[in-house]
Design a protein around this ligand. Sequence first.
Ligand SMILES: [Zn+2]
Length: 377
Amino acid sequence: MVADTRSMYTVPKLDDYSPAALDQAARELKSALESESAAIAVEAEWKLLRDRCMARKNGVLTQLNDQWLKAAPAPAKRDVGQRVNELKKIVEEQIDAALTRISSASLASRLDSEGIDVTLPGTRRKLGVEHPLIRTMNEIVSVFKAMGYSVAEGPEVETDYYNFESLNFPPNHPARDTQDTLIVAGQQNKALRERLLMRTHTSPVQIRTMERQPPPVRVIVPGKVHRADTADATHSPIFHQVEGLAVDTNITFRDLKGTLDQAAKAMFGASVRTRFYPSFFPFTEPSADMQISCFKCGGSGRLDSGRCGMCKASGWIEILGSGMVDPNVFGFVGYDARKYSGFAFGMGVERISILKYGIDDIQLFYQGDVRFLEQFA
Ligand SMILES: [Zn+2]
């Protein structure tokens, strides 16, 4: 707020130039300026005071000069001159003091508003969390790691040989038609087995692993696979699998069942039961799909609210494919099929996540929508 001009001091004309009268006038000027200076709170007020004191035309200092010194009778001039000089110093001091005071006040208020209070709680930085697919994949992998499996990985761009032929899908075999394959363009001049494609399953890593090492083999293979599928609520051209392979002497179907039953209990809860029924995969013989008892209705097919939607009231949910490694596959990697046997299994990570978290649209995994993803934080 700017000071009220009516209360401002003006230099009075003097009639009496006696020392006592000069003392009195000087005291009045001093105390008026002191109280004006003390009332200043902001820079705009201070500038007004400064200008009013220092202005050449009619400023307080000019008035002192004109009205006291110039007007003084000759005998008093020397005394008045000395007093006016002292008063000038006092006026300048008052102006400086006011500036210092408002500057430090504004610094203090800036420190108050801009200062850092080290006792306040910090700003919480939002950490990312594992994507639900990665989390599920890691959970599956860790179940098998705990059973002594090691992790193996392989390329997503594969040859026809690794993706099909060595897995017992002969050229023109109808089983190839069940996997809508994305073929790399411009490969027609190569022999079929060398042609490149996007792997349709993680199974080529079984072959690559067995080529690299003699039995025993126990690997778990997480990875991304590709199919020429149109994206909809249940299909995606890119999805994820976890595949497993165990090869050793004396591996039987009982080992397969025991291992996968144990894994299902680790993933879905100890009360889950498993059952196997015949299936077909070119690279396993015999082959079996595994179902688990529905973890939502406990296998009854019914909930208090009615029919169980999770298992479509059947009490069972299919979660993976498996089987004993076909001896023909061992032939491709130089394993002696009379000495060694093994089992393999594979599951879709999306499917397991959808079951575990009750997700109704596979596309949610790939859209990067934070509202969906933060539910897994
Ligand atoms: Zn159910």
